[in-house]
Design a protein around this ligand. Structure first.
Ligand code: G3I
Length: 456
């Protein structure tokens, strides 16, 4: 369960961070400077939770290893949204949400429920249903009852209301506000509390990290809810930030909410940059992650820092902000970036970012690009920096009985666990600064761990 602490993965992942600048490059040598202590243990020592948003179907292989070992809380990125759980009226699909909850329980993690009342990712039967305000109120009540009730006792905190404000601090026009008025917020909190009195209930929004009109509107709302005795336990500051733009008033803002008597969570942290990433940007990103986590660490009531996807390949950013990406602490292939070490250091870790390798090298990286019941597709990328190849062979040993069934862009042979793949006639040459990939399908059962590959 915590195999990353001693096994291949953390060691090699940490070593990969040394090459995290720019394109994803990979070392085959073991790390000289592995992060010794998982983020979750560093956070726990400070009385904090460190979480990540996850996609249920990916909770296997290297992704599952990182999610399970480094984080003490999981937030379903999409699986608990209304459109996911009730795509057709009265017909529920809890598959992915259940899967994430089960994974979290197996890994002694909290779950942050996300989200009950939002204006996005609602089912079309709801948004196009022509319901009256009274009907919408009762549909919302039922939805909260059903979902919170289903996971009663299993969810540490719920993002009950998501993104209720405009940038100027006025209420956002949504199906909820437009039909029910601002009272929908107090009602949603009250209904959620009735369904699970032990869950911490949050209002969550973006662009509320610094002190400004929007965060002040949130502040005033929380103060007024508290004064009315509405069950509100915390505020979520999403923190979808831009490189070099961590608000200077972040800690002050966290503190003013804490002083109101509510918890604060950084719920969706990512820090996007223009792509491609380079070492200057990645160094700045490390400083930015570190300052966000340090601001939370400095305030007792800031209880949780959650990243919105831990790996760049699992981030919403490139799809929404073309030209931007690399916003998370791990690269596309689950290698920790400098940002990872920024988080670790802010949590009291003594790790240092591994230095860039000296001299040139060609390296090979193995990833599982997709996986199903009994099969998977793998990919190996050879990359050269300061060196080149003419003709190559990549070797590895499968650790769990996997078998290659078909390969492309390489000739692969397998004998027992040992696999050897050599270049095809047309891709033997890998120039300095270039890369070559080949792929394969394989079978697996039980588990499908990522092997260590060596370049022969
Ligand atoms: O599941 C479908 C898939 O079947 C289809 O092939 C594919 C084609 O586009 O779309 C898939 O759905 C996507 C879904 O994510 C799951 O990947 C949607 O198009 C896409 O719009 C959706 O984006 C999500 C976004 O919320 C929607 O607003 C992101 O994954 C999710 O990370 C993001 O999360 C939000 C938080 O809930 C609230 N705060 C902001 C944050 C970032 O937008």
């Amino acid at each position: 369960m915590r195999s990353l602490r001693t096994g291949l993965s953390l060691t090699s992942l940490a070593s990969l961070a040394s090459l995290a600048a720019g394109a994803a490059l990979f070392l085959t040598a073991p790390a000289a400077h592995a992060a010794d202590t998982p983020l979750r243990d560093l956070a726990a020592a400070k009385g904090k939770v460190v979480g990540t948003a996850v996609t249920g179907s990916k909770l296997t292989g290297a992704y599952g290893d990182v999610a399970g070992t480094q984080f003490s809380s999981l937030t379903p990125g999409n699986a608990m949204k209304w459109g996911s759980v009730e795509p057709t009226r009265g017909s529920f699909d809890w598959t992915e949400a259940d899967q994430i909850v089960a994974f979290a329980q197996a890994h002694h993690q909290q779950v942050r429920g996300h989200t009950l009342v939002w204006h996005n990712q609602n089912p079309s039967w709801l948004t196009n249903g022509g319901f009256t305000p009274a009907q919408l109120g009762s549909l919302l009540h039922d939805h909260i009852d059903t979902e919170v009730g289903r996971y009663k006792g299993k969810i540490a905190a719920w993002d009950v209301v998501n993104e209720p404000f405009n940038e100027d601090g006025t209420y956002r026009s949504t199906i909820w506000y437009d039909n029910l008025g601002s009272g929908y917020i107090a009602n949603a909190l009250t209904w959620a509390h009735a369904a699970d009195p032990d869950a911490k209930l949050y209002i969550n929004d973006y662009n509320v990290e610094g002190v400004d009109a929007k965060s002040t509107a949130l502040y005033n709302l929380v103060r007024s809810l508290k004064a009315q005795g509405v069950p509100i336990d915390g505020v979520g500051l999403q923190a979808h930030l831009i490189l070099g733009q961590v608000p200077s008033t972040l800690q002050q803002n966290i503190q003013r909410f804490a002083d109101l008597g509510v918890d604060v969570a950084i719920t969706e942290l990512d820090i996007r940059m223009q792509t491609p990433a380079d070492s200057t940007r990645l160094t700045q990103q490390k400083a930015d992650f570190k300052s966000v986590v340090a601001a939370c660490a400095a305030v007792t009531r800031c209880v949780d820092v959650t990243v919105w996807g831990f790996a760049d390949s699992d981030s919403w950013v490139p799809g929404t902000f073309p030209g931007y990406g690399a916003a998370t602490p791990y690269d596309d292939n689950y290698a920790p970036k400098p940002a990872y070490y920024g988080i670790a250091e802010a949590l009291g870790g003594t790790t240092t970012t591994p230095p860039p390798p000296t001299g040139g090298a060609c390296t090979a990286a193995y990833t599982v690009s997709s996986q199903w019941n009994d099969g998977f597709t793998g990919e190996v990328t050879l990359s050269c920096s300061g060196a080149s190849l003419s003709g190559w062979k990549v070797n590895w040993n499968f650790g769990s009985g996997q078998k290659i069934t078909q390969a492309w862009n390489a000739t692969c042979t397998q004998s027992g666990a040992a696999v050897s793949c050599a270049n095809a006639s047309y891709n033997g040459s890998v120039p300095d600064g270039g890369s070559v990939s080949f792929g394969f399908n394989g079978s697996w059962s039980g588990s499908n761990p990522v092997p260590t590959v060596t370049l022969g």
